[in-house]
Write a protein that binds this ligand. Structure first.
Ligand SMILES: NC(=O)C1=CN([C@@H]2O[C@H](COP(=O)(O)OP(=O)(O)OC[C@H]3O[C@@H](n4cnc5c(N)ncnc54)[C@H](OP(=O)(O)O)[C@@H]3O)[C@@H](O)[C@H]2O)[C@@H](O)CC1
Ligand SMILES: [K+]
Length: 562
């Protein structure tokens, strides 16, 4: 066992004036102190839990971790400012001096406190709760010492944290405002190339999630297999792959067949920055060892748009190293053959820069071929916006990509929120590639718009009306959609098909009131008597308003840091 030593908390808390949830540990472990950041031991699962909770890629750098926490309105610190401790053994803590949480509580509207383990919760209750007046919710430790809890169980246990931190609804921005926002982010120090890297990472992350789901699906026994099991044949258990002689089938069976074939991902890259997102995604997927190929219209060196050109040149080198196929302006037969074997197609042909009443060659043929592949079971993920759909008006030209999922960057766009957008975009997810709230507020001030909308967020719809008189936000989209009545019927059929297969609806964030109702109630009770426990609090210290079932946590049975 390591000798006890005097330790002083060595780094700053993570918080800003938007933080609504505070997560507290006890004191950084020796490894975290060495690395200079929270939960830095490679086997500590804290950052993996956070990534899974919010369905986001794992934050790998401290910068990304801070960004991830702040985007979800989470503050992070530890209960203790100094103590005497042996290694990371919380049970050995002596001479504890608490941090002054007023630094965060006075600056931010924190309404819920979570402690990452028994010792942190005990220390918080003893030192901090009398001052904050907020009862903490105790979460299990993510430390390797708590190896008895698997990652899935940890993620489940942390769901109350995600619920409390539920990100407020993404802002809805006009396309010109998205461009302004990108520029503001760049001016604040995050270059556009970094945004593109993050956008590509988001898309790659969703493609990997789809491939993993297909692989899981392929492991489940099919009806045919069940029959063969009951008839006592001695086929192997891996029978969910259709037999090679089976006729190709559409829908899920087609998707399953594709997953069994190769988990192949085809990325369609246009010539603009939307294509750049696709190149980055392809590079990440190839680096992850997945069979990926790229279809593009121009050699990377011939692209003009930046940062897409640099991203494509870098990706091409990596793809060549991995032996991935890159098809430049393929003929129709090569295009068809590449797409028909794809399990996942990434549509990075056209994004917010798309304009006009039709899609010019060769991209029209690409879109048609991709939609045919989808009808045969491929899953399409659109980067930012389905190609052929106007991100501003929601007007879909012919042909237009029909995506199963769209990852749209930074903010919701008007064209994705029309009543018919679902037919083209599928499930829309926001790719939170930067922390934008302070910038949005600044932009709202610059526009002399009302400071906040009725939900407390910057009201960009209001500012749009003032900036572009005579161009109401949704009028054009609605008119055009009404003109395409026949299309609408097909779209509605498509929508109901998606509902049939259980496609997810976009997430709805909880309102502030929903998030904090219970903690506030407990908090006001505790203010009257700071030492009182919440009524009906379990004997083991679990708070009654946590919807998590109590879970036993081994208290450092062994010292993982020794
Ligand atoms: N800026 C950034 O840093 C970041 C940007 N991001 C990403 O960039 C996207 C916006 O990029 P963008 O502005 O380059 O436009 P984009 O959607 O690629 O389209 C331009 C291309 O389309 C073409 N084209 C247009 N109309 C057409 C038609 N009818 N038929 C056929 N072609 C047509 C047009 O051709 P051209 O007119 O030049 O001949 C040009 O080649 C955005 O959606 C997001 O994904 C994110 O990574 C975050 C960081
Ligand atoms: K796209």
């Amino acid at each position: 066992m390591p000798a006890a030593q005097d330790v002083t908390h060595p780094f700053e808390p993570v918080f800003d004036e938007q933080s609504q949830v505070l997560v507290l540990g006890t004191m950084p472990s020796p490894r975290s102190r060495k690395e200079g950041f929270y939960y830095a031991h490679p086997r500590n699962r804290f950052w993996r839990v956070i990534a899974q909770l919010f369905d986001e890629p794992l934050a790998r750098t401290n910068e990304e971790r801070i960004d991830q926490l702040l985007r979800h309105h989470i503050a992070l610190w530890d209960v203790l400012a100094s103590c005497r401790i042996a290694g990371a053994k919380d049970a050995s803590i002596r001479d504890a001096v608490p941090n002054d949480l007023a630094r965060i509580m006075d600056a931010a509207p924190v309404a819920a406190v979570f402690c990452t383990g028994t010792a942190a919760a005990q220390a918080y209750r003893r030192f901090s709760e009398p001052k904050t007046g907020i009862a903490c919710v105790q979460l299990p430790s993510t430390s390797p010492a708590n190896a008895a809890m698997g990652l899935d169980a940890l993620v489940d246990a942390y769901r109350p944290l995600a619920a409390a931190a539920a990100a407020s609804e993404a802002p809805l921005l006009d396309v010109p405002d998205v461009v302004r926002l990108e520029q503001a982010i760049a001016n604040a120090g995050t270059p556009l190339s970094t945004l593109m890297d993050r956008a590509g990472a988001w898309i790659a992350h969703r493609a990997i999630a789809r491939i993993e789901a297909l692989r899981d699906d392929a492991k489940e026994p099919t009806e045919t297999n069940k029959t063969s099991e009951t008839t006592g044949t001695n086929e192997t258990n891996d029978r969910s792959c259709p037999h090679p002689s089976d006729e190709p089938r559409a829908g899920h069976d087609g998707a399953r067949r594709r997953a069994c074939d190769a988990s192949k991902i085809v990325v369609l890259c246009g010539n603009g920055n939307n294509g750049g997102d696709g190149w980055v995604a392809a590079r990440i997927l190839a680096d992850a060892g997945l069979p990926v190929s790229v279809i593009c219209a121009k050699e990377p060196h011939d692209l003009r748009a930046q940062p897409a050109r640099n991203a494509a040149i870098e990706a091409l080198t990596a793809l060549e190293e991995h032996g991935a196929r890159v098809l430049v302006s393929p003929d129709p037969a090569a295009l068809e053959s590449e797409l028909e074997s794809a399990a996942v197609i990434i549509d990075a042909i056209l994004g917010t820069g798309f304009s006009g009443g039709s899609v010019a060659a060769p991209f029209d043929a690409w879109i048609e071929a991709a939609v045919r592949a989808r009808n045969a079971g491929a899953f399409i993920i659109a980067a930012d916006v389905p190609s052929g759909l106007s991100a501003q008006t929601g007007r879909a030209v012919r042909p237009c990509i029909k995506a199963d999922e769209t990852v749209t960057m930074l903010a919701m766009k008007p064209g994705l929120s029309t009543p018919f957008a679902f037919a083209w975009a599928g499930t829309v997810r926001i790719g939170a590639i930067a922390y934008v709230e302070p910038l949005l507020e600044r932009m709202a001030c610059e526009d002399n718009a009302p400071a906040t909308g009725k939900d407390g967020k910057p009201d960009f719809a209001g500012s749009r009306g003032k900036k572009t008189p005579g161009k109401p936000l949704h009028a054009k989209a609605g008119d055009e959609d009404r003109a395409g009545a026949a299309d609408d019927q097909a779209d509605h059929a498509e929508e109901s098909r998606r509902r049939d297969i259980g496609a997810e609806e976009p997430r709805r964030s909880r309102t502030r009131t929903e998030q904090t109702a219970n903690p506030s109630a407990v908090c006001s009770a505790l203010r009257q008597d700071p030492f009182a426990r919440a009524e009906q609090e379990d004997d083991d210290g679990y708070d009654p308003y946590s919807d998590r079932p109590p879970m036993p946590e081994p208290v450092f049975q062994r010292d993982p840091w020794a």
